[in-house]
Design a protein around this ligand. Structure first.
Ligand code: SF4
Length: 457
């Protein structure tokens, strides 16, 4: 068992029995569940909408190279500077180059999981550049010194009381401030940062090939301000975000929002097609798009797991997952958590580091059921397990145990021959914490085949 796996087991046990954490998550997830249920009712046939966007995305992925080149050509025609980055290092080097060129000191940033992948904030803070998260939830976790807990709602694990205490400690705010007062405080603080920043960073919900544009969707408008107040706008986007046409947004945007938050449509939906034109009064002077591979091409080669690239990061599978709901976002120790995170993390971090996440699943299939992209998530986790065994587990003690297990499985009658004591010895000695420290394994008594015979009689 490697260190990451040990930590995972330890942390899972702690967090599952943290009643305060459970209460906060259940409260926030409960609100989400109710909103999504209401949102789904607006659709005459939600399965049809899902099938439509799932097919569009698969088509884009099948022709990924072509679709990306179409985007690049159209984006360059729009005056956008397009850069390609094979990994996180190259992506950060591109941004750093622009930062140095502009002599930038301050960066404002929209919420973006791709930048989390790059550890963007840590990199630039190390370079003495101030990076300010401008999404309210991201801002809260940033000033708390934490990472996003959830891919859509980064501060889901915090109650209002937690934020009251945080803002009281950091900004000397009244401990009994209302949610509106705290939001207004952050709004005023950020307004100033937007006007001072040299560079604005956004992610991309969709890279729109036919118009050479970037589409984003958000609820607070902080993304629009990050992109339009500073003189330079940089987009960091994973290459799998590409869709063929602007017309596709009519289906993607509402399907994403109803699965992400239950909203019919998110409040601000924006398409960026370049810097300010000569006829325009506002907007950035330069726009850059950095297209990031970072293992995506490798995942694309996988016969089954390649389908995970169709993910539009709605977060629905996290909210549906009984494991995520119990162990929370931080236990995964990877950028992406929940079912989609468990599929992707071993490819990003290596099966030796996070292969165990593929086993953090009951195979209940709820994630697959809710996924708007119709990704067969629980089956992909089974494929990950197979890969994990093939790559890493097929040797040493594991191989020995499996050989013994195989022998008994193929000679099932041996299980029943006066072996209860031996089985109980092995269970007590080697698997006594199989269900965790708080639950004990039941004793083996009578072999199942004997019980079955008796019952049949
Ligand atoms: S895998 Fe599906 S449900 Fe999960 S975040 Fe991606 S699109 Fe949403």
């Amino acid at each position: 068992m490697n260190t990451a796996y040990k930590n995972f087991i330890k942390r899972s046990e702690e967090i599952s029995f943290d009643l305060l954490h459970r209460k906060t998550i259940q409260f926030n997830m409960g609100k989400y569940d109710a909103a999504v249920e209401r949102g789904m009712k607006r659709y005459k046939d939600i399965e049809k909408a899902k099938a439509h966007i799932a097919a569009k995305k698969r088509k884009a992925l099948q022709n990924l190279d072509e679709t990306l080149l179409t985007f690049e050509k159209n984006a360059i025609e729009n005056g956008i500077h397009v850069h390609w980055a094979v990994d996180t290092k190259e992506a950060l080097t591109h941004v750093n180059h622009i930062v140095r060129q502009k002599n930038a000191k301050k960066i404002v940033k929209m919420k973006s999981m791709t930048t989390e992948e790059l550890e963007f904030n840590e990199f630039f803070e190390h370079e003495n550049i101030e990076v300010i998260e401008t999404d309210l939830g991201e801002f809260i976790v940033q000033v708390a010194g934490e990472k996003p807990y959830h891919i859509v709602t980064p501060a889901m694990h915090k109650s209002k009381k937690d934020v009251n205490e945080l803002f009281h400690r950091l900004y000397d705010m009244d401990i009994n401030s209302t949610a509106e007062e705290m939001t207004e405080f952050v709004r005023q603080l950020l307004r100033k940062k937007f006007t001072e920043a040299d560079i604005g960073i956004t992610g991309a919900n969709f890279i729109v090939a036919d118009i050479g544009g970037i589409a984003t969707t958000e609820n607070e408008g902080n993304g629009i301000m990050s992109a339009s107040f500073p003189k330079t706008h940089i987009v960091l986007a994973g290459i799998e975000k590409v869709i063929p046409s602007m017309n596709d947004l009519a289906a993607f945007w509402p399907t994403l929002s109803v699965h992400g938050t239950g909203q019919a449509i998110t409040v601000y939906n924006t398409i960026y097609t370049g810097a300010r034109k000569q006829t325009e009064d506002f907007g950035p002077e330069e726009m850059h798009v950095i297209l990031i591979d970072n293992k995506r091409s490798e995942i694309l080669q996988e016969p089954f797991q390649s389908d995970s690239l169709a993910c539009i990061r709605c977060g629905a599978c996290l909210n549906a997952c009984p494991v995520y709901r119990n162990i929370g976002g931080y236990t995964y120790e990877s950028t992406y958590s929940g079912p989609i995170g468990s599929v992707l993390a071993p490819f990003y971090q290596g099966f030796d580091i996070s292969g165990h996440l593929s086993y953090a699943c009951t195979i209940c299939g709820k994630c697959t059921e809710v996924c708007p992209e119709k990704i067969d998530l629980h089956m992909l986790l089974l494929h990950n397990r197979q890969k994990d065994v093939e790559e890493l587990g097929n040797k040493g003690f594991f191989a020995f145990v499996m050989t013994v297990y195989q022998f008994f499985s193929l000679h099932a009658s041996l299980f029943g021959i006066g072996m209860s004591n031996i089985k109980n010895f092995f269970a007590r000695t080697f698997a006594k914490n199989g269900f965790g420290k708080k639950r004990s394994l039941p004793e083996f008594k009578e072999p199942f085949r004997n019980q079955f015979k008796k019952r049949k009689k």
